[in-house]
Design a protein around this ligand. Structure first.
Ligand SMILES: NC(=O)c1ccc[n+]([C@@H]2O[C@H](COP(=O)([O-])OP(=O)(O)OC[C@H]3O[C@@H](n4cnc5c(N)ncnc54)[C@H](O)[C@@H]3O)[C@@H](O)[C@H]2O)c1
Ligand SMILES: O=c1ccn([C@@H]2O[C@H](COP(=O)(O)OP(=O)(O)O[C@H]3O[C@H](CO)[C@@H](O)[C@H](O)[C@H]3O)[C@@H](O)[C@H]2O)c(=O)[nH]1
Length: 455
């Protein structure tokens, strides 16, 4: 058995590194058209920051894990091909702003159809709309070759920042296949790969459509929990209730459970918004407008939460931030990642710039070039200073906004920060990681999400 994975991104790289680590008997080649990315995977500075990933890659790379740009060769040699390419929201034409753009997936399928010389199991690892396997099958069948192509679905549930942990001990692995003898054989081949380290009872097998739909559904449910608690946070702020206490109290009900109830400035990341919009589009496509509207509200509430955070900052800062220095702590969409895709920090910073604030941004892992790109800053734009030291970012600022829950922010010397800020010194904790009453004792005017301000 030989494995190839097309797409060496946040999913392809870590998942294949884990398979290679756990299955030393299986050669795994990860290919990508992006030469710089492949070079980085072959270097000491991996393109993806994930705790524990360096060790996993170092153990397997060169032994049975390879990164390459030789896409055709890897396809030809493999028995099983994972498609782990990006599936962003479509920005043009029919379904723009909602539907998933499947052009990269289709290109992969066409490439496989063109160069394959033997039977292949094609695994959908990318997140795809339900029934994509049908299109892939048709494209593969169009090759006119007398080969057996089995298309199975194996969505990935890892979260960034905990990818290695999630891949080492997944809650479940989901594999969906065609309901036929050939389909069962293909599913079994992938079950055998995961069974190297995942307990058999955690490997779920379903039909292919259930598997595809379960991925979108899982993300919709997860994001819905955040939007639900964030909706309640707005009510907490005007009533004197504390959203952390409410979350704790409801989470103790075993039917609700305590996880994923952290109120925040809003959810980010490359998946939640994209996947919900994809679900919304599918519902509309299948003539279910009420269902579409229901899920769309999860995204609308998230937009509202981000905007509400900025509005609260501006109104608290005497209704203007024009010309004021605001320190931004954290730019990644969550801690322990250098990924900024759909990070709430992007919209918060853009809105503050719109209000003519000057920003000093510090993030321990995000590259300055990424921040400049995300904020669409022109060369020499002096409104945003990207700092490598949090104390420099905060010195002389009117306010600090915490936008990512990096642990290091809790350990900062807040007494020193208070001394070095303008007074009154405001803290807006968009992640509820700081103890507001301690900050108030120091002298700060401190605000959290879902908590009243200085009283
Ligand atoms: N990021 C996550 O945490 C996460 C988790 C679960 C599922 N997913 C899903 O996994 C898929 C991949 O996500 P990602 O975050 O890894 O994306 P990514 O953008 O980091 O990586 C995708 C890679 O595919 C490459 N690629 C695109 N077309 C190609 C082609 N024709 N041939 C070779 N390489 C090609 C790109 O160059 C890129 O490096 C998406 O469908 C996403 O929704 C992502
Ligand atoms: O209680 C919470 C939990 C998360 N978040 C935010 O929600 C976003 C997403 O976080 P998380 O889900 O942990 O990270 P992702 O890497 O986006 O992972 C999600 O998206 C992936 C891609 O589809 C799935 O594989 C994962 O299962 C799913 O958790 C981040 O901005 C978090 O800060 C909150 O605001 N409150």
């Amino acid at each position: 058995m030989k494995i190839c994975c097309i797409g060496a991104g946040y999913v392809g790289g870590p998942t294949m590194a884990m398979i290679a680590k756990q299955c030393p008997d299986i050669p795994v080649t990860v290919v990508d058209i992006n030469q710089a990315r492949i070079d980085a995977w072959n270097s000491d500075k991996l393109p993806v920051f994930e705790p524990g990933l360096d060790e996993v890659v170092k153990e397997a790379r060169g032994r049975n894990l390879f990164f390459s740009t030789e896409v055709d060769e890897a396809i030809r040699e493999a028995d099983m091909i994972f498609m782990s390419v990006n599936t962003p929201t479509k920005t043009y034409g029919v379904g723009a702003g909602r539907a998933a753009d499947l052009k990269y997936v289709e290109l992969c399928a066409r490439r496989i159809a063109e160069v394959a010389e033997s039977d292949k199991i094609v695994v959908e690892k990318s997140t795809l709309p339900v029934r994509t396997a049908e299109s892939i099958r048709r494209i593969l069948a169009g090759s006119g070759k007398n080969l057996n192509f089995q298309v199975i679905s194996n969505p990935e549930f890892l979260a960034e920042g905990t990818a290695v942990e999630d891949l080492t001990a997944p809650d479940r692995v989901l594999i969906g296949g065609e309901e036929s003898a050939e389909g069962d054989k293909a599913v079994q081949a992938l079950v055998d790969v995961y069974a190297h380290w995942v307990p058999r009872e955690r490997i779920l097998t379903t039909n292919v459509w259930s598997s595809e739909l379960s991925k979108l559904t899982a993300n919709a449910f997860l994001a819905q929990r955040i939007s639900s608690i964030n909706a309640i946070s707005a009510l907490c702020e005007v009533t004197g209730a504390n959203v952390d206490e409410v979350a704790h109290a409801i989470g103790r009900d075993s039917r609700i459970g305590p996880k994923f109830l952290r109120s925040s400035v809003g959810f980010g990341g490359s998946c939640f918004q994209k996947d919900i919009l994809n679900l919304v589009y599918l519902c509309e496509h299948f003539g279910l407008p009420e269902v579409a509207k229901y899920w769309e509200q999860v995204v609308a509430m998230n937009e509202h939460q981000k905007r509400r955070f900025v509005d609260r900052m501006v109104s608290t800062l005497f209704n203007t931030v024009s010309g004021k220095k605001i320190a931004i702590l954290g730019f990644a969409f969550k801690k322990d990642t250098n990924d900024t895709r759909e990070s709430p920090a992007i919209s918060v910073c853009r809105d503050l710039l719109e209000e003519q604030a000057n920003l000093a941004v510090y993030d321990p892992k995000v590259e300055p070039a990424t921040i400049r790109h995300d904020l669409a800053l022109a060369e020499g734009d002096e409104r945003v200073d990207i700092c490598t030291d949090p104390y420099v970012a905060i010195r002389g600022a009117h306010a600090v906004a915490i936008l990512t829950e990096w642990d290091s922010f809790k350990a900062l010397d807040w007494e020193r920060i208070y001394r070095e800020m303008l007074k009154p010194a405001f803290v807006f904790d968009g992640r509820n990681i700081l103890n507001l009453s301690d900050l108030r004792k120091i002298g700060f005017e401190a605000y959290g999400i879902g908590k009243g301000g200085e009283r």
